[in-house]
Write a protein that binds this ligand. Structure first.
Ligand code: ATR
Length: 298
């Protein structure tokens, strides 16, 4: 692997959000650029809440950036500041990647979280479609992208959340985008009533994320539906308590690293126009997660 020189030709992308100090994305993308021999760099772009998001985006255009990832807390607020958005942004209601046209300076917003999740399910040979009965735990931004992706694939989706009104809000949003979406919302207290016939369970809450690795969003009192696949969108730790619980009950469990990698791979391909070295991206993330014990969100 030859690392291209950082010089006057270097093309820049980065991650815009707050906080971004512990993001894995710079490691993942810079390894991919180095592997491919591209003279590109991926840099942190911390923008404090309350400071000017609009100015930050215009600054990226002025400085000739080729694009960026947009992360918490700007995935929704950035949308009206963009020149155009893809259908995925409309159906998820959030943007996580922008591309800046080199000639016109126009900013296009996209959502690769949804496609990243679907790509990782496919990679893990988890079937999705009209025979899929999915439970999504949680009703934040991650749940929104996952719900939109599963509904688009034709699955029946139930969003289970501690605060049922938040789950209902996602259902309302998705119903406003599709003709007849197969989706409903229940409260966490009613989990046992909807869990029994699920064949895909997706954790989209932060419960179980480092450092609270002994917590799980799945209550001990509720049996897992036999034969279901459990997908935990958390990747730190690589194996969560939920995944351990599921495996102990004889279920297959998949961690969320692939979702991170595939959303990153889609963004890489949008920016560079080249195929992303997905295996390299995954490997460097795994290495970083195994070596790194720093606190903080990734
Ligand atoms: P993101 O947008 O990053 O996906 P978020 O907005 O912080 O994450 O959403 C987290 C989701 O996890 C929320 O639905 C939250 O439940 P509430 O809507 O009731 O707040 C859920 N969540 C967080 N901590 C939880 C906990 N300890 N038990 C159950 N659900 C939890």
């Amino acid at each position: 692997m030859t690392v291209a020189t950082l010089d006057g030709q270097t093309q820049l992308v980065g991650i815009l959000g707050w906080p971004v100090a512990h993001s894995l994305s710079p490691t993942m993308h810079n390894a991919a650029f180095a592997y491919a021999g591209l003279n590109w760099r991926y840099v942190p772009l911390p923008v404090q809440p309350g400071h000017n998001l609009d100015a930050a985006l215009k600054g990226l255009v002025a400085l000739g950036f080729r694009g960026a990832n947009i992360t918490v807390p700007y995935k929704v607020d950035a949308i009206p500041l963009l020149d155009s958005i893809t259908e995925a942004v409309t159906i998820v209601g959030a943007v996580n990647t922008i591309r800046i046209d080199h000639n016109t300076g126009k900013i296009e917003g996209m959502n690769t979280d949804m496609t990243g999740f679907l790509a990782d399910l496919a990679q893990n040979r988890v079937s999705m479609g009209k025979n899929t009965r999915a439970l999504i735990l949680g009703a934040g931004g991650a749940a929104r992208a996952i719900a939109a992706g599963l509904v688009r694939s034709g699955a029946h989706v139930t969003i289970v959340n501690r605060t049922v009104t938040k789950a209902e809000a996602i259902v309302g949003f998705i119903r406003s985008s599709w003709a007849n979406p197969d989706i409903n919302a229940v409260s966490m207290e009613d989990l046992s009533m909807v869990a029994w016939d699920a064949n895909l369970i997706v954790n989209a809450t932060p419960v179980g994320m480092w450092p609270d690795t002994e917590t799980s969003p799945w209550p001990e009192r509720v049996p897992f539906p036999p034969g279901a696949v459990v997908y935990d969108s958390i990747y730190r730790p690589l194996k969560t308590k939920l995944m351990r619980q599921a495996e102990a009950a004889g279920l297959r469990a998949v961690g969320g690293l692939g979702m991170l990698v595939y959303q990153g791979a889609s963004a890489y391909e949008v920016w560079t126009g080249k195929k992303a070295p997905v295996d390299v991206m995954k490997l460097v993330c795994q290495q970083a997660l195994m070596e790194d014990s720093r606190p903080g969100p990734f």
